[in-house]
Write a protein that binds this ligand. Sequence first.
Ligand code: NDP
Length: 307
Amino acid sequence: MNIRNTIIIGSGPAGWTAALYTARANLNPLIFEGTAPNLPGGQLMLTSEIENFPGFPNGIKGPSLMQLFKKQAINFGTEVKSDNVLDLDLSTKPFTVTSETGEMVKARSIILATGTKHKLLNLSGETELLKRGAGVSVCATCDGAFYKNLRVIVVGGGDTAMEEAQFLTRFARSVVLVHRKNKFKASQILIDRIVKNPKITIKFEEEIQKLLIENQKLIGVCLKQNTIMADGLFIAIGHTPNNQLILNQLKLDSDGYVLTCEKSSKTSIDGVFACGDIQDSNYRQAITAAGSGCQAAMDCERFIANL
Ligand code: NDP
């Protein structure tokens, strides 16, 4: 079997940057960009305008930015598989990647860029409504326009919840922001905007305990103290790392993020590198993910050169 120099798993800013750098270093990288239900292109595919990625003074749409990342990596020779990785065997070298379509590929090194996914409330009916777009969403940018003149609820107390609530006021008749604590953890500038917005009502120290569903659509939620009728619920309660492929193989922190050696992308297994949100619960920005993809590619290049 042909042994690849490197396989990159995940196609957000980290994965594509790692691909670009390893391609330019003649490592002939193969990237598994994923396919549904995963999100090729990563979280930026769920955003609209990106104003904080340097080089785009007028901003750029998230999906457009990811198209540019992909095109640039391909232009320099990255090979792309639109397939999900089903299994990753790091116990023997070369490492083995098995895809959902049954393809098995061996590689001397792996660059892991699998990112994170949205946390859910784990309520009955939640996943079904989310999948069918029947009143539950994790992305106001994607789904906000469906709630024109309707009543929506946002749950969460971080920056995402503030941004989603604010954004939804463009469409919705009313927005109720539900948070389990008595104060938000979001940045003050975002909180100030929320507090000033007349369309937003805040409910502190509240929890969504039950979804009210009628005709297979959300019609409201039960809180601890009362019931709110609503057409949409936007869940913005953070993320969990996509670490299923490396559980019991790589060292992880207590939240399940990959531990990397200080100032590098090296993981607990020689030849396996991690970049992007899967190893960063702190910054989680497109630019920091892209930067860490570059680091992973350079660490990988040195590793291959030393073999
Ligand atoms: P965070 O982890 O920062 O916040 C999650 C929020 O959801 C917290 O308020 C948390 O409550 C609440 N929460 C968690 N689990 C539950 C649950 N089961 N039920 C109810 N509430 C729950 O996630 P974000 O997505 O908001 O932000 C992630 C990162 O991205 C942050 O670093 C943030 O700064 C960054 N970001 C920056 C933006 C910007 O700068 N414009 C925009 C969006 C995100 P509690 O407070 O009790 O922990």
